[in-house]
Design a protein. Structure first.
Length: 298
């Protein structure tokens, strides 16, 4: 009687899995590297804020950003102003320019974006391509011709050179942002409104504009920050000290012939950062909403 030899089937080799210690070491290394990068990124901001509370003699040449004896003298000097002009006048000039920039950017970009996204007219695609092409042209190339034009038009020392481009929707970034947002909206909304007898004005005002709120909020935040921090534009066109914005006022504290007041300059820089941070934190949910809804299709 023969006996059958039973053989167990060969088992597949176990998959190679990384050992737990090696995985933990990799995770620790990643977090340590992230913390190192975070320290490098945040150090300039920490140094600036801490230096605003230092005495003038402790700011330059000190590696330690903190001081054992903080003082508010730099903020008192900054708030008192310079060259006979108060801090609040510089602040008001920056605020007026930033608010007008936001209004002109939002109005002109929204109207232009609606026309490029919803209205069919000859050469629409060509005009849109040319508009996108302007984003590739360095802004510095146009500085001298623009200055000559505004100087001959006697518009220097006014806000017109700083706002007319925004009013004419020359900021292609904002127009492109709103065009892409409008194109993501279903056209059935427009067709339903047209059946009820609505024209382009009514469609834009009652349908497109309310749905465009996340893109408008995003454009407003960027327009405000860019205008608030702009140094080159006001430097070219604002020659009177009483019209200076905060970035130009910061330059007044630097004097190559006498002692520069770095403490007051840094304190004014910290004060100038406060509105930007408030705008960002108050409207950041609109930024997130605008990014999230960009991926939705009707």
């Amino acid at each position: 009687m023969s006996t059958a030899v039973l053989t167990e089937p060969a088992t597949a080799p176990a998959e190679h899995r990384p050992s737990k210690p090696k995985g933990r070491l990799g995770s620790i290394g990643f977090h340590l590297g992230s913390l190192a990068v975070l320290v490098v990124v945040l150090y300039p901001g920490v140094w600036t804020i801490a230096s605003a509370f230092k005495e003038r003699s402790q700011i330059v040449g000190s590696a330690n950003p903190f001081t054992a004896s903080p003082t508010l003298d730099n903020f008192r000097t900054a708030l008192s102003g310079i060259a006979g002009i108060s801090f609040w006048q510089f602040f008001g000039n920056s605020l007026v320019l930033a608010v007008l920039s936001v209004l002109t950017v939002v109005v002109s970009s929204a109207i232009s974006a609606y026309a490029l996204a919803r209205i069919r007219f000859p050469g629409r695609d060509l005009w849109f391509a040319l508009m996108i092409g302007t984003m590739l042209v360095p802004a510095h190339v146009m500085l001298i011709p623009q200055f000559i034009v505004f100087q001959k038009a006697q518009l220097v020392n006014t806000l017109v050179p700083l706002l007319i481009g925004k009013l004419l929707a020359t900021d292609a970034f904002f127009v492109f942002l709103m065009v892409q947002f409008i194109r993501s909206m279903p056209r059935e909304l427009d067709e339903a409104a047209q059946v009820d007898g609505a024209g382009h004005t009514r469609i834009f005002w009652s349908i497109i504009l309310p749905l465009l709120r996340p893109a408008i909020a995003t454009s407003s935040i960027f327009a405000f920050i860019w205008s608030w921090n702009d140094f080159l534009g006001p430097l070219l066109y604002l020659k009177k000290p009483d019209m200076y914005t905060l970035p130009l006022a910061l330059r007044l504290y630097l004097d190559q012939t006498t002692t520069s007041d770095y403490g007051a300059q840094i304190a004014m820089a910290v004060l100038a950062l406060v509105p930007v941070m408030l705008i960002f934190f108050v409207f950041q949910r609109y930024l997130i909403e605008g990014v999230a809804t960009q991926g939705l299709k009707g």
